[in-house]
Design a protein around this ligand. Structure first.
Ligand SMILES: Nc1ncnc2c1ncn2[C@@H]1O[C@H](COP(=O)(O)OP(=O)(O)OP(=O)(O)O)[C@@H](O)[C@H]1O
Ligand SMILES: [Mg+2]
Length: 376
């Protein structure tokens, strides 16, 4: 059962621009290959051990009690496996999987069909759940809590409504913007799990598995080389793999050795840490135009000619993870390491760790927690 899907974009509807090769967002021509590379069982889902363990426990407990799974929310940056996990859950539980997404649902009626078609234990997956309209959210609350929905029988202020029962289903939500989810919505999920960037070691295993699926020969060193440049993101790792394969076929007899991977990625403009042209532009802007910060998100967005939400959602998490940018109450600050990577002299007063805000007193800038609203 499939509901209409929508094109991906940032929260305000603008299309995400970035060097395509390293964007964590899915590209239009990739949907087919994504499908073929998706793990089919939870045991094939690599890394995120703690999260997998808690899902295993939830699955076993629900199965033993012969009850549906609790409602589950996955959040975290794009391309880390939220959709994949939702599909795996359905397969592990042996239930049907229906999918829709926040922005395509206009009115409660758009969900009635899907909800009434669900059988006990089935999974309804709502992608980009932070983009649900308030009327839809309110329609969903009783469905999630008491498995009943209020259906309007006609239009207008005095329209009659009818209460209908739905089977006890499991709602699985996914979002890249946990901070934008309303509190009542959050409160209705029994399990809330965050996906984090993958260490290179796990990405190398993912590359190895994908290479096998694609029928490409990759050496262990080649897979590692590719993994370190994949920005902690399986989707990027798989994309780099496909592009490097093309290079290897044309220039290097098809085998992905470390040196072949290095040459191919150099040609594609991906540096040894996975930074691309846009990442560098952000760092250079913070350093050169704003003296290393702190700079508010909106000022930075204007200077870059880029949408603030996109910077925050798509570019920044990786830069923060790499210790190149810090988020504090007064805005973004470039770290000493960022100055070094950009070939700029590090200002005095640099913190010993190399990831403290360059030239600034570290205690002025607390680290922002995930989901926290940022200074604009
Ligand atoms: N742990 C993993 N092991 C193996 N492959 C993975 C893993 N996580 C993700 N992938 C691969 O990465 C691709 C992207 O994953 P997925 O579509 O689930 O990301 P997502 O978090 O839903 O992203 P988005 O926020 O853009 O919707 C999938 O095709 C899948 O093959
Ligand atoms: Mg997804």
């Amino acid at each position: 059962m499939f509901l209409p899907g929508g094109l991906r974009g940032s929260a305000d509807g603008t299309v995400v621009k970035r060097t395509e090769i390293t964007t964590p967002e899915v590209l239009p021509d990739e949907r087919g290959s994504e499908r073929s590379l998706r793990p089919k069982r939870l045991s094939e889902f690599i890394g995120q051990e703690r999260l997998k363990e808690s899902l295993h426990i939830a699955i076993e407990a629900a199965t033993a009690r012969r009850e549906p799974l609790d409602h589950i929310l996955f959040h975290g940056p794009p391309g880390l496996g939220k959709t994949t996990l939702a599909m795996l859950l359905a397969r592990e539980m042996g239930v049907n999987f229906a999918t829709t997404s926040g922005p395509v649902l206009e009115k409660p009626a758009d969900l009635v069909g899907a909800l009434t078609n669900l059988r006990e234990g089935d999974i309804l997956f709502i992608d980009e759940i932070h983009r649900l309209r308030p009327v839809i959210e309110e329609f969903l609350y009783p469905a999630m809590e008491d498995f009943r929905i209020e259906v309007r029988l006609s239009e207008g202020p005095r329209a009659q409504t009818m209460t209908m029962a739905v089977e006890s289903f499991t709602l699985v939500g996914a979002t890249t913007r946990f901070g934008l989810l309303t509190a009542p919505m959050r409160a209705r999920f029994g399990i809330i799990e965050r996906l984090d960037f993958y260490p290179a070691r796990d990405l190398a295993v993912i590359v190895g598995r994908s290479a096998e699926v694609l029928g490409v020969e990759a050496t262990a060193a080649g897979a590692r080389e590719l993994a370190t440049r994949a920005r902690g993101t399986p989707r990027v790792a798989n994309r780099l793999l496909r592009r490097v394969r093309d290079f290897a076929e044309v220039r290097a007899e098809g085998v992905l050795e470390a040196d072949v991977v290095r040459r191919a990625l150099e040609l594609l403009n991906v540096d040894e840490h996975g930074l691309d042209a846009m990442d560098k532009r952000i760092l250079v802007t913070v350093i050169d135009k704003f003296e290393g910060g702190p700079v508010g998100l909106n000022s930075l967005a204007v200077a870059l000619g880029e949408d603030a939400g996109t910077i925050e959602e798509v570019y920044e998490p990786f830069l923060i993870r790499q210790g190149l940018i810090m988020r504090g109450p007064r805005g973004r600050v470039a770290t000493a390491e960022a100055y070094r990577r950009c070939g700029r002299p590090v200002p005095e007063g640099e913190g010993a760790s190399g990831t403290a805000p360059a030239g600034k007193q570290p205690d002025l800038f607390g680290r922002a927690r995930d989901g926290e609203r940022d200074p604009r």
